[in-house]
Design a protein around this ligand. Structure first.
Ligand code: AMP
Length: 188
């Protein structure tokens, strides 16, 4: 079985943690654009050098760059076989359209788009305590603002397509995980 998922949630909603549980349950590839960009920065590639400044300020890296790296990643065997969970992508409407177009060209669609829902005050507190280098107050505020401006409309777009599954992200990791897996199973 191939399972194709997208997970949404504000930064700090626990997407990374829950993706591990999704990977363990369905055997899919975890595709995090943030992780891929951080790896490019660490490796000092040309793309990494360009992306670093944008990432440090909490801005969004250009759609064309992101769409290109995701399209390439989706052709790798671990993703094209068992499927994938996309984490941190798509974050803008052009990214959402590029993803669906890319899948459609292979006659595929998404199985479900998950919205891991955690209130704003809670994610702000969690982000401040996680201590990542790009988690300055300004960058946190900017990312949350861009989430509302650019990413919220993408959720509405997937909702219109009947793909959106909203899961309450409050509670222990185990509680959230069993809620999440049950919600995904209902959609498969
Ligand atoms: P994340 O780990 O998902 O919070 O991503 C860290 C940073 O990478 C973000 O603040 C953005 O600057 C950049 N980034 C990650 N994914 C995307 C994307 N889909 N579109 C644009 N920028 C992205």
């Amino acid at each position: 079985m191939t399972v194709r998922l997208v997970i949404f949630g504000r930064q700090g909603a626990g997407k990374g943690t829950q993706c591990v549980n999704i990977v363990n349950t369905y055997g899919v590839a975890h595709i995090s654009t943030g992780d891929m960009l951080r790896a490019a920065v660490a490796a000092g590639t040309e793309m990494g050098l360009k992306a670093k400044e944008v990432m440090d300020s909490g801005g969004l890296v250009g759609d064309d760059i992101i769409n290109g790296i995701v399209a390439d990643r989706l052709t790798e065997p671990d993703a094209s076989g068992p499927g994938f969970v996309l984490d941190g992508y798509p974050r803008t409407q052009p990214q959402a359209e590029a993803l669906l177009e890319n899948l459609r060209s292979d006659d595929y669609s998404l199985d479900a788009v998950i919205n891991l829902n955690v209130p704003l005050d809670e994610v702000t507190a969690r982000m401040k305590s996680r201590g990542r280098a790009d988690d300055t107050d300004e960058a946190i505020a900017r990312r949350l603002e861009l989430y509302e401006q650019e990413t919220r409309p993408v959720l509405d777009f997937f909702e219109e397509q009947g793909l959106l599954v909203t899961v309450d992200g409050l509670g222990s990791e185990e509680e959230v995980s069993s809620r999440l897996i049950a919600a995904i199973n209902e959609h498969l």
